[in-house]
Design a protein around this ligand. Structure first.
Ligand SMILES: O=c1[nH]c(=O)c2nc[nH]c2[nH]1
Ligand SMILES: [Zn+2]
Length: 465
């Protein structure tokens, strides 16, 4: 790859309360795929001179068109690749019945590696084209199928964590692991397999990494969780993902299975699975003590509002968590959620926060996130940098900064993108912040023309396939 320079409007998240909107930005990407330098306000006539001042002579410039802007790629901190074929079915159920009637039957089909080989390429393609540059994937219990998932993700060039579910109890006979030993040895085999996949030569961490994936406390015996805790202790960089406190009946059942633990969250704590690189999905009904524990351990939360509405799980009080300084990202949680796009998660995160705000209009206070709607600034942050923090990748991705990886989207809100929900008027164009708001609230894949990971074009409407 050679160096390349992008010229045009750039959106860059800064914090939960601000982003930079830079209408005439020059952003240079080195052959490594890392951002080399950024100059924020460059007139047309100064482009060549500015490049020359950085030693960039005869380097290609990609000029964005009217109605286009560059922004960091999305981070989906929680999704289930094998559930993509189930999207939009079974929404009449709550969690435990939905797992039994809809989800486990589909996941069990991945015992057939040919089915995995046929299904996963289309799954990963859709998620990339939705603008997700970093994704944390749950696979199934099957070693071979999950190896295939990791291989597809690596071949397509997405940044990702891929985990094989651990499940040795409370699962149907056709979809359960026979023993702790078998579950652990398959998990170790997957970790080794992923670690020896062909590596991107310049990515600061391998593009695809393994992640421990005890499905949830209900589906894991204490000895299995203990063995996973041992694995985690022997590799501090190994990420962990699971579900927590999603649904009232799930919580009740969990506490009956682990009476020695004081809370759902403490089941993971007591098995040494709660730490700074643990991703906890949902966290809808946490007690104060659980919030304290998660804050203390610096674990991250994946907010999955579409799934939480769809399965009637509840409304997660994200503002409270943000006020406690807990890391929060967004998750699509397909197929509890019915869309593979983080844009859909953004929209439902906004609605979820408005539901909470409407419940007690007097409770909001200045400088706090609790009891308020999430702003566009906060939503953008959760979808990008917040997710990067949850994945412990914030030094490398989530925003634009020299030396960070160029994981980015070219967004188009032009009429020729073909999205009927976005009205673009050339005679009265919106400012850049307005374009971002249009994209976040009404955008879809048609508005994502290019998807880059580590500088490489891997998807979007302009990607030739
Ligand atoms: O939303 C969810 N999706 C799942 O697949 C799952 N498994 C356990 N708990 C879960 N929650
Ligand atoms: Zn899930």
């Amino acid at each position: 790859m050679s160096s390349i320079v992008y010229y045009g409007p750039v959106i860059n998240p800064v914090s939960l309360v601000s982003f930079d909107a830079l209408p005439r930005c020059l952003l240079a990407v080195a052959p490594t795929g890392n951002i080399d330098w950024i100059v924020e306000d460059v007139e047309d006539s100064m482009v060549q001179e500015t490049m020359a001042a950085h030693g960039y002579i005869d380097v290609d410039v990609v000029c964005l068109r009217e109605g286009e802007f560059l922004m960091p790629g999305f981070c989906d901190t929680h999704t289930h690749a094998p559930q993509v074929p189930n999207m939009a079915s079974g929404q009449q159920y709550e969690l435990l019945d939905w797992l039994e009637n809809i989800t486990f039957p589909m996941e069990s089909r991945f015992s057939d590696s040919d089915f995995a080989r046929k299904t996963y390429p289309g799954v990963v393609r859709r998620i990339i084209d939705s603008g997700t540059t970093t994704c944390s994937y749950f696979g199934t219990i099957h070693l071979e199928a999950t190896k295939i998932l990791a291989e597809v993700v690596n071949e397509y060039g997405q940044r990702a964590f891929v985990g094989k579910c651990n499940m040795d109890q409370n699962s149907p006979a056709h979809y359960i692991e026979p023993s702790v030993e078998q579950s652990i040895s398959a998990t170790k085999a997957l970790v080794s397999h992923i670690k020896q996949l062909p590596a991107h030569p310049h990515s600061p961490e391998p593009l695809v990494q393994p992640i421990l994936t005890p499905r949830f406390a209900i589906s894991c015996t204490s000895p299995l969780l203990k063995s996973l805790g041992d694995m985690a202790a022997s590799d501090p960089n190994l990420r962990i993902q699971t579900h927590v406190s999603e649904n009232p009946n799930e919580i009740k059942f969990t506490m009956s299975l682990f009476p020695q633990c004081v809370s759902y969250t403490s089941v993971y704590e007591d098995h040494r699975l709660l730490r700074a690189n643990t991703i906890l999905a949902h966290a809808v009904h946490l007690s104060e003590d659980e919030i304290d524990l998660i804050a203390e351990r610096r674990a991250g939360l994946s907010h999955c509002p579409t799934s939480n509405f769809n399965l009637q799980s509840g409304v997660a009080p994200i503002g409270r968590y943000l006020d406690r300084g807990i890391k929060v990202g967004l998750g699509t949680d397909v197929a509890g959620g019915y869309s593979p796009s983080i844009l859909n998660a953004v929209q439902n995160a906004s609605i979820a926060s408005k539901v909470i705000a409407m419940q007690d209009r007097e409770a909001a206070s200045p400088g706090k996130f609790s009891h308020k709607q999430l702003s566009v600034q906060s939503l953008l942050y959760l979808a990008t940098m917040g997710g990067a923090e949850v994945c412990n990748l914030e030094k490398f991705v989530g925003s634009f900064k020299p030396q960070k990886s160029f994981d980015a989207l070219v967004v188009s809100v032009r009429n020729d993108a073909g999205n009927p929900a976005i009205w673009w008027s050339e005679s009265a164009p919106r400012n850049l912040a307005g374009m971002l708001e249009q994209f976040l609230f009404a955008g879809d894949n048609r508005n994502i023309s290019r998807v880059y990971v580590q500088g490489r074009l891997i998807g979007g409407t302009a990607f030739l396939r």
